[in-house]
Design a protein. Structure first.
Length: 691
């Protein structure tokens, strides 16, 4: 009897991507338009279309893996739940003050995005606990009852509870949670001691508020998708990718929905890791460009780079300490991904001063770019690529998306070419270059902002538009080699199939490294292990355990997460090793070390993993070869318009061939400029070498 298949679905701003690995270990993919009115409908219809195309039935599907942008979009669009915050008296404005930083140096009138919980819904209660957990002021339950009256009067949908130093003593928060549940049993409630039991008042408050803000929309979406999967005869119990690159049961996401804010991009990076390690590259920049955003992440020494200090919203989602202050702090484990609002559907516009701009607003799936002929009138990046000849002027995605090239010409002429007094080719190429400039911000935030030189890395490009823009981006950054994997246009969906079941827990632990804290440290790690074991419902022997600790120099305000292998005693040798690893990473980021300054532990972390994902890369079945065609393509003023061969991946060989060349596939298009060379490797990856 054949094992049942795993099907993966990833929702993007323009398309929903579906992928599965067949019984013969080859991949099958499908792209369908996203359905913003009900994203679950697009997921189910896409899965059913792929099964029908493959001659499979719903009985052949054993598991559904899923990643989505629902939580992210809720934040970016400001469409979350009506959220209240209950906090310690005197601390209601923590969300307003945020970090003392303005992310745009030359914009004195810059306004940060409004708090997700407005001031009238930020409610104070009487209580006070110190950082050691000592109760200084007992909880005033009368003040809690007054806050609950306000929740009732204001028709609040979700509540975040975050009290000062509750990570050291959770009694007051737990009691408030009980009082809310007794009066509002259906209210979505987030306690900071459950979401983020760590130090840092702003980050803990912000993360807890985000969890409540996205909670009801995510809960509603998952309930709808579960019902639609069941109605279609598909497994209604499914797994979801979380932002740190693992999967968890969808039911566990309901309690902590903030963990899926960056789940879609995380799946793509996971696929990039597997692909590039197989290709022999351990130091890689992953570049994912879809219809709405472009994402970059770093793979270093064959491992993902994770962080728990992230910002979402504010025009760029990043974790760099050097470029923060414009978004909402999300202090949960995430793959270190930088994201900017630049995708194929990003709208091209002119500012009042006559400057050319791209994004962050997108035409999305509906109405889409002007060339889709679905009512869109504003030019987009996709329209510029149609004018340049990079994209097929008749249809995309194997003919499933008809293209009306004249609409692209008209839109770009009206908004860009005529106002700037330039010909269409120069106007379209200007848009292409501007998008590349915007995307360099994403790459630099995960490389140069962290002391890494992008020239020392290869790049893997995926997403529906990754292959079109990768070479321009690589050229700007000095990168010499670019890979485009099979199924690049649906690569995040494929990445889901490599994911393991995984969860992480953390705890505040403020001790100097030179203190004798072995007993306390061992006890805290044992507590964290009990929590992950309970969540995963598996014995300890079935779990792969990774420990880490956040360290900093005494007196500093920010930490660096360092792997921590010690399971028991923190003896002198373990202390020296931990300090050495910390100082090496500190020097790599900041350029110096403070050899005479003491180091302290701030937070302990534990990750548990259950291997589940595909252990090897799937094979690739080359489609039947089709005759090559040619079309004129504009590669910029240096080359002008050039008659360019248009082929499929199957036409490439292991021997490098010269550009120009365009490689068209069902999932996406790859551009090879005239001064580059291209080949295909043993795993069917397109490999482009820049001069």
């Amino acid at each position: 009897m054949k094992a049942r298949l795993r099907v993966a679905a990833d929702i993007g701003g323009t398309f929903t991507d579906i992928a599965l690995i067949r019984w013969d270990e080859t991949i099958a993919t499908r792209k369908v338009p996203s359905t913003p009115d009900d994203y679950g409908r697009g997921v189910v219809s896409g899965i059913m279309e792929l099964l029908q195309a493959e001659g499979l039935s719903v009985q052949d599907v054993g598991e559904v893996m899923h990643a989505c942008t629902v939580a992210t979009n809720v934040i970016l669009e400001g469409k979350g739940a009506r959220t209240a915050l209950i906090t310690t008296a005197g601390f209601r404005d923590v969300l307003e003050m945020r970090r003392i930083r303005v992310p745009r140096l030359y914009e004195p009138l810059y306004c940060k995005p409004p708090p997700l919980s407005p001031r009238r819904l930020r409610l104070e209660v009487g209580e006070r606990v110190d950082f050691r957990g000592n109760v200084l002021v007992p909880l005033d339950e009368a003040s809690v009852l007054r806050a609950l009256d306000t929740l009732d009067r204001e028709n609040v949908e979700a509540v975040a509870v975050c009290l000062l130093h509750s990570y050291a003593n959770d009694f007051h928060e737990r009691r408030i949670g009980e009082m809310i549940a007794a009066r509002f049993p259906d209210m979505f409630v987030s306690l900071s001691v459950d979401v983020l039991p760590e130090m840092r008042e702003y980050e803990r408050t912000s993360t807890t508020v985000i969890n409540s803000y996205v909670g009801p929309p995510v809960r509603g979406y998952l309930a709808s998708l579960t019902a639609q999967l069941a109605d279609a005869g598909l497994p209604s119990r499914f797994f979801m990718m979380h932002s740190a690159g693992g999967i968890v049961a969808a039911t566990s996401v309901v309690a902590r929905p903030a963990q899926i804010v960056e789940c879609g991009p995380a799946a793509g990076v996971l696929g990039a890791l597997r692909t590039m390690v197989e290709a022999g590259h351990l130091d890689v920049i992953s570049f994912d460009m879809g219809g709405t955003t472009a994402k970059a992440s770093l793979i270093e020494k064959g491992a993902l780079v994770r962080t728990d200090d992230y910002e979402v919203g504010g025009g760029i989602s990043i974790s760099s300490k050097l470029a923060k202050g414009g978004g909402y702090a999300l202090k949960l484990p995430v793959i270190d991904i930088s994201e900017v609002g630049a995708g194929g559907g990003s709208i091209v516009w002119m500012d009042p001063a006559g400057g050319l701009k791209v994004g962050p607003h997108s035409a999305g799936a509906s109405p889409g770019p002007a060339c889709y002929g679905r009512g869109g009138t504003e030019p987009t990046v996709t329209d510029a690529n149609v004018v340049l000849g990079f994209l097929n002027p008749k249809a995309l995605a194997g003919g499933s998306v008809p293209i009306e090239a004249q609409r692209s010409v008209e839109a770009l002429c009206r908004v860009v070419a005529t106002p700037l007094g330039m010909d269409m080719d120069r106007a379209a190429h200007g848009v292409h270059q501007l998008v590349s400039t915007i995307m360099t911000r994403a790459v630099k935030s995960v490389t140069t902002f962290r002391g890494r030189d992008p020239r020392e890395f290869a790049m893997i490009a995926f997403g529906g538009n990754g292959g079109i823009h990768a070479i321009s981006l690589a050229r700007a950054l000095g990168i010499r080699t670019v890979y485009v994997p099979p199924g690049a246009g649906v690569f995040s969906a494929l990445g889901l199939l490599y994911a393991d079941i995984e969860t992480s827990k953390s705890a505040a632990f403020l001790k100097r490294l030179d203190e004798d804290c072995t007993v306390a440290l061992t006890g805290f790690y044992a507590m964290l292990l009990d929590r992950v074991r309970a969540e995963l419902a598996r014995p300890v022997g079935a779990l792969m355990i990774e420990r880490a600790a956040d360290l900093r120099y005494v007196g500093q305000a920010f930490e660096i997460t360092i792997p921590f292998s010690a399971e028991g005693a923190l003896d002198d040798r373990a202390r020296r090793g931990l300090r050495q690893r910390f100082e090496s990473e500190y020097e790599r980021i900041y350029g110096y070390r403070l050899a005479e300054t003491a180091v302290e532990i701030v937070t302990l972390r534990l990750t548990a993993r259950v291997p589940k994902g595909n252990r090897k890369l799937p094979g690739y079945v080359f489609p039947q070869s089709t005759p090559a065609t040619t079309r004129d393509v504009y590669f910029g003023p240096e080359f002008g318009r050039v008659a360019t061969m248009v082929v499929g991946r199957e036409a490439l060989t292991a021997k490098p061939g010269p550009g120009p060349m365009i490689i068209e596939e069902y999932e996406g298009t790859t551009i090879v400029p005239p001064d580059c060379h291209v080949r295909v490797d043993d795993h069917a990856n397109i490999v482009i070498t820049l001069p």
